[in-house]
Design a protein around this ligand. Structure first.
Ligand code: F6R
Length: 242
């Protein structure tokens, strides 16, 4: 697992976007695993800018998103489908039919099948973008006695519900379950970049680099087993981690 420390969160976002642009330029039919969340959000304007500047072509790219809240309508403004449309898909030349964000409304078992079809029906992910939760989750794989390899329904950690309540009227409105890629799905991506920023992420980033251990108590630690995983943090977060 590689660590990159940038001068600022803005620089981290630019770095991650540039890596994604380079990857797509080298492989115009790349299959990208994408993330939502406040940290990843600011990567997308840089991808849109690169497209507008004629530096990248998304017309043959396919995408699969990490997760969605269970019960969430794709039409709901806080759904991950709407986030992805608003932040990225609506502003570049990607074909909408080549993008997949799980529907939280469909029958969960049927949606798990569709999710697997999107993940494995043609080829594996060339890339996966990740954020990390205050709980240490990746996707919505929360700390637990065991981790799940494949796509599944996951109960959200109380800390995740609290953290994500900023997008809802109150914590009580945050869905308590999600449909998410499992850690095995994430680990099958050829290349992984995780972006983290902010004081709230200091405990998990400190734990991640404290030692060589891999534990289901800290799901993000599985990235230590991946041959091309990079963690990108800014100097402010790095300094807090000591
Ligand atoms: C989002 C996702 C989550 C977020 C994580 C961090 O698709 O899978 O793992 O990346 O919760 O979210 P922020 O950046 O909002 O702290």
């Amino acid at each position: 697992m590689k660590l990159i420390i940038t001068n600022s969160y803005e620089e981290s976002c630019k770095y991650v976007a540039q890596e994604m642009v380079s990857l797509v330029n080298a492989n115009p039919v790349a299959k990208l695993g994408l993330a939502t969340g406040g940290t990843a959000e600011q990567v997308y304007p840089h991808l849109v800018k690169a497209y507008q500047d004629g530096k990248v072509d998304f017309s043959n790219v396919t995408t699969v998103n990490l997760d969605e809240y269970l019960g969430m309508s794709p039409d709901n403004p806080v759904s991950y489908r709407k986030c992805m449309d608003n932040w990225f898909f609506d502003h570049v030349n990607i074909k909408k039919e080549n993008t997949y964000v799980a529907s939280g409304l469909n029958d969960p078992q049927a949606e798990i099948k569709t999710f697997n079809q999107k993940l494995y029906g043609d080829k594996l992910l060339d890339f996966q973008l990740l954020g990390v939760g205050v709980s240490g989750h990746i996707g919505f794989n929360e700390p637990s006695a065991v981790l799940t390899a494949g796509v599944h329904i996951e109960e959200l950690d109380e800390s995740t519900i609290q953290a994500n309540s900023r997008y809802f009227d109150s914590p009580a409105d945050v869905p308590t379950k999600s449909i998410t890629m499992g850690v095995g799905d994430i680990m099958k991506a050829s290349k992984i970049i995780l972006i983290a920023t902010g004081d709230s992420k200091q405990p998990v980033i400190s734990k991640l680099f404290a030692d060589d251990s891999v534990s289901s108590d800290l799901p993000v630690s599985v990235l230590k087993l991946h041959r091309d995983a990079t963690i990108v943090i800014d100097r402010a977060l790095a300094d807090k981690c000591g």
